[in-house]
Design a protein. Structure first.
Length: 350
């Protein structure tokens, strides 16, 4: 798939709102690889999103699924954290959600994608077993896995992944680690690309903080087959990004890693809830995601950015309000110019 792309840019799946068929189709139509987020959708909702994307483009596109991982969290820790959130829920006039541990309907979505295949199925949050990769390949689709360290890269390669999405710590949204744990090492993207290349012989898609053509050029020069871009598409008119989220993205505010909204480590622009609750949020995904879902939905509707997850990469302030096709073209024009300049400098070096 990566060898056939006109432009080596992959749209990040952007689960949780920004992902739309219109965005995936626009990126695909511009010569890149668009993605539909399977995460947080029902199997029926995913079927509809795939059908809508196909109605908008005849180009290949991918679907991302959350791989089942982890185990149920300590119920007492979840209850204690929900108690801390209760004042915010009271102010918003909503009830907190009921915590539950689930696999995001993984089997039903995989069944859908094996009966109605797309070009690429990617997996985040874990590495499925070899038989899952075999099912995907049997449809003619490619199977990719998001990795965040060399060990995960080796595991995914051994299981049958056809390509790896190498996610640096600069990336916005959830960390794609197979196991979310305290004290884990988080690598910057360029360091991680080098380490993964030294450990596996698979095509690599670089992800994390890529918002300009210079960054695209950098990861291509470092050995990636393509750059995965997420935050830079979130201000596009095709994206489903909420109004308060768009306003925060356009600012120069800092990002940070937190479990405050979902119970799993993720990078977002720091707001009041993230600042107040990051230190006390437990490792409890997806339980905390379900607890906070009604609160976040009400806040988005009210335009209150204080208690919603403002997922964003570290370079979010470089995102622009432009159609997705224009973003793809600009990134590639800048990347070509940057690579030409780099080649000149290398050629002139003594």
């Amino acid at each position: 798939m990566l060898d056939t792309l006109e432009i080596p840019i992959v749209q990040a799946p952007l689960a949780g709102g920004p992902s739309t068929p219109e965005l995936a189709a626009a990126v695909a139509g511009a010569g890149g690889l668009g993605f539909v987020a399977g995460g947080y959708r029902t199997a029926e909702g995913l079927r509809d999103a795939i059908a809508r994307t196909r109605s908008l483009t005849d180009r290949p596109f991918g679907v991302n699924l959350f791989a089942p991982t982890g185990a149920p969290a300590d119920p007492a820790a979840v209850r204690a954290y929900a108690t801390l959130l209760q004042p915010d829920a009271d102010r918003a006039g909503v009830a907190l959600g009921e915590p539950r541990f689930d696999d995001d309907a993984f089997d039903a979505k995989l069944d859908l994608l094996t009966s109605d295949p797309v070009a690429v199925v990617s997996f985040t949050f874990g590495c499925p077993p070899p038989e899952t990769f075999a099912r995907v390949r049997a449809t003619g689709a490619e199977a990719w896995v998001t990795v965040t360290d060399p060990g995960e890269a080796r595991e995914a390669a051994a299981a049958g992944a056809g390509a790896l999405v190498v996610q640096g710590t600069e990336a916005g949204g959830h960390r794609g680690a197979f196991v979310d744990r305290e004290g884990r090492v988080d690598y910057g993207l360029l360091a991680l690309l080098q380490l993964v290349r030294a450990n596996v012989d698979l095509p690599l898609v670089a992800a994390g903080g890529i918002a300009t053509g210079h960054a695209v050029a950098a990861v291509l020069a470092a050995g990636a087959a393509a750059a995965q871009v997420g935050t830079a598409f979130m201000l596009c008119p095709e994206a489903g990004t909420s109004a308060p989220h768009r306003a925060a993205l356009a600012s120069a505010r800092p990002t940070g890693l937190t479990r405050a909204f979902s119970g799993r480590l993720a990078r977002g622009i720091v707001n009041r809830l993230q600042a107040e609750r990051t230190a006390t949020a437990p490792l409890a995904y997806p339980e905390i995601h379900h607890v906070t879902a009604p609160l976040r939905a009400a806040a988005r509707e009210a335009g209150d950015e204080d208690v919603i997850n403002l997922w964003a990469g570290e370079a979010h302030e470089l995102a622009t309000e432009a159609p997705a096709a224009e973003v793809v073209a600009r990134l590639m024009d800048e990347a070509r110019a940057a690579l030409a300049t780099a080649n000149e400098r290398v050629g002139a070096a003594r």
